[in-house]
Design a binder for this molecule. Structure first.
Ligand code: DGP
Length: 113
């Protein structure tokens, strides 16, 4: 946990969030700035800077993130979804705590912006 990390603060219960799924190692909650009718952020409870760091240190933790993302999408969007891990500022990452975005509920364009 880092005191200045917004997702660590949500995991710790210091900041409110609309939580959909909680497991021993993962939390899924609605994004504060939704980009689709379904937009849920899935985070490991442990702090890792991005998905690459998570994969290197805790591959099972990354697998749990993907499993929970799929559960959310099954529940909210009949299992059709996009799972996005913005990695680095140029890719749009603004919160440096590993997270996957579950986006669903509308047609997705390709290529992404
Ligand atoms: P990214 O830009 O890929 O790092 O995604 C970070 C996302 O986190 C962004 O879509 C907005 C969301 N977000 C930032 N702060 C909060 C917050 O305090 N609560 C919630 N629920 N989401 C947040």
């Amino acid at each position: 946990m880092t005191a200045e990390c917004v997702f660590c603060r949500i995991v710790a219960g210091d900041l409110p969030a609309a939580v959909l799924v909680e497991t021993d190692t993962v939390l899924a909650f609605r994004d504060i700035a939704p980009q689709a009718p379904v937009h849920v952020v899935v985070v490991p409870k442990e702090h890792h800077t991005d998905v690459a760091a998570l994969a290197a240190v805790d591959p099972a933790g990354l697998a749990e993130v993907v499993k929970v993302a799929n559960e959310v999408a099954e529940r909210e969007a009949e299992g059709e979804y996009r799972l996005v891990f913005n990695t680095g500022p140029d890719a749009g990452q603004s919160v440096f705590h590993a997270h996957g975005h579950v986006l669903a509920g509308r047609l997705m364009g390709w290529p992404p912006g």
